[in-house]
Design a protein around this ligand. Sequence first.
Ligand code: NI
Length: 296
Amino acid sequence: MVSPFPWAMKASGPAVGAPVVRWPLDKASGTGCLLTRLELATTLKGSPTVRLQLATWQEVEAYLKRTTAIVVPIGSTEQHGPNGLIGTDAICPEAVAQGLGERLEVLVAPTISVGMAQHHLGFAGSVTLKPSTLMAVVRDTVNSLAHHGFDRFYFLNGHGGNIATVSAAFSEIYAESSLGTAGRNRPALRCRLWNWWQGPKVGALSKQLYGASEGSHATPAEVALTYFVYPEAVKSVEMHPEIAPLGPIYDAEDYRRRFPDGRIGSNPALAKAEDGAKLYEAAITDATADFQAFVA
Ligand code: NI
C-alpha cells in the first residue's frame, strides 16, 4: 500500500517496518545496555513532531496542512493482579501509539489514562470514570481537536472495559453531526477504536508465548509489554493458583469475590520484558496496518 504520509519515509526515525528498539539487553557481556536503555528512553519520549504535548501551536497548524489524523491513546488506571502495574492499560497503548506515531509521523494526543473500570474498585489504587463521564471526556477531546481541523481520530485502546463506552461516545459524536447540533465549523468526522492486542501478529505471538495462560485480565502479554517499557518496575510474584479462575464480570464486590487476586484466567508470572519487546513490535505493526486502512 502507498503510504498516505509521503513524508514518513523521509523522517529521521526508523522506516516503516524497521525495528525501533533492540532487545534483549546483552546481559552476558553487559555491553550495549546503556545504549539500548537510552534508545528506549528516546523512543518513548518521542520527537516533538509526534507528541502533541511537545509540539507548538504553529507546528500543529503546519501539521494540519499535511494531514488531519491524530492518534489518541486511551487506557485505564486499575489493578492488574499481583505482579501487574496499575497503569498497565494506559502504558501499553501509549507506547504502541508512540511507536505508530514515529513510524508514520502522526501526532499522538495526550493519553486518556483513566477509563471505565468500576469493576476493579474492590482493589486499592483503581480509579474509574462513570461511563457517562468517559463519554463526555471522549466527546470533548474529539470536539476540541475537530475545532482545529482534525477529522480522523484513531483511539488506541488498552482496556476492554472502555470498548462499549467509547463506541457509544463515537455514536454521540456522529449524532451531533447527523442532527445538526455540532458546531458549524466542524468537519465530517471519523473515529476508530483499535485495541492494541487485537491484531493478527499480537494474537499469534500471545498464543505462541502463553497459550491457555494468557487469560483475559492481568494477562502475561500486557504485563510483559509494561515490563519492556518500565524494566525498573518488574515484579517477581508466585501465583496461586498458577492460572486464575475464569468467570463473568458484574460489580466490584462480586469481582473481588470471584477473582480474589485480581487476575482472570491468566498466569502473568510468565511475563518477561524481552517478550514484551516482541509484543511491542507486533502491536505497532498491527496498529500501523489498521491505521493506514483507516486514513486511506
Ligand atoms: Ni489490562
